[in-house]
Design a protein around this ligand. Structure first.
Ligand SMILES: CC(C)(COP(=O)(O)OP(=O)(O)OC[C@H]1O[C@@H](n2cnc3c(N)ncnc32)[C@H](O)[C@@H]1OP(=O)(O)O)[C@@H](O)C(=O)NCCC(=O)NCCS
Length: 205
């Protein structure tokens, strides 16, 4: 069974007295530190972390990487297959963002399936789609190609199925501290989450 290590850490240097440029610098640097930790657990050592002209991560020596950063958390994961990671804070987005990222039917389906409120359902959908679109390298331009997969595709693992170009992808998810973290990599069956020292995975819910 392939296990993926995902490392999530609180973001340092986010004091409002720091300039926004400084805060972003901290986010990017600490996301790369989380990635380094995840990669080393995966037995991967990146000599460099290169990106294409649009800022998307490029694989090195057959090793892929993905990071996400916000004012609250940073995260990273690496594998020998393409992958995507994302973390989102649960919040009510604007009607425009909701309309672009999820249909009413998708939100209702996820609410019902997991017995959760609309805000959590939307955040799960948004984060899952973002993680998948990082895997494909397309980014948000591909949003309209993603739909939530059939809820009848039951899976005991915590996560959600997302359909992209007629293929269903399982996006592993974890919720903690008002945030949803998502990671997807089709070759991986299990995710070992290290969320600030709190280890969850390999069968945990
Ligand atoms: C990629 C994208 C989904 C990232 O989402 P985000 O919430 O802004 O940022 P996150 O913190 O989750 O992730 C940022 C990281 O994603 C990675 N990334 C950037 N573009 C990426 C892509 N196309 N595919 C995969 N990963 C990408 C980078 O490593 C980036 O971190 P870095 O700049 O420090 O290297 C989003 O910025 C995007 O779609 N960009 C493409 C251009 C665009 O905005 N198009 C608009 C619609 S057409």
């Amino acid at each position: 069974m392939n296990v993926l290590h995902a490392v999530i850490r609180p973001t340092p240097g986010q004091n409002p007295s720091n300039s926004s440029r400084d805060r972003v610098r901290h986010q990017k640097a600490s996301a790369r530190e989380a990635l380094g930790e995840a990669a080393s657990r995966q037995g991967i050592n990146f000599k460099s972390l290169d990106r294409d002209e649009h800022g998307a991560p490029l694989p090195t020596d057959g090793h892929y990487w993905s990071i996400t950063h916000s004012a609250e958390y940073v995260a990273g994961a690496a594998a020998t297959w393409p992958l995507g990671i994302d973390i989102e804070r649960m919040r009510t987005p604007s009607p425009e963002v909701i309309a672009e990222a999820a249909s009413e039917g998708e939100i209702a389906m996820v609410c019902q399936r997991f017995d959760i409120c609309e805000v959590e359902a939307f955040t799960r959908i948004w984060s899952a789609k973002e993680a998948l679109l990082k895997l494909t390298g397309e980014g948000l331009c591909g949003l309209s190609k993603c739909t939530i997969g059939s809820m009848s595709m039951t899976d005991s693992r915590p996560g959600i199925w997302v359909r992209y170009e007629r293929q269903e992808h399982f996006v592993h998810q974890m919720q903690r501290d008002e945030h949803i973290a998502s990671v997807t990599c089709p070759q991986v069956q299990q995710v070992q989450w290290d969320w600030h020292g709190h280890l969850v995975g390999a069968g945990d819910r």
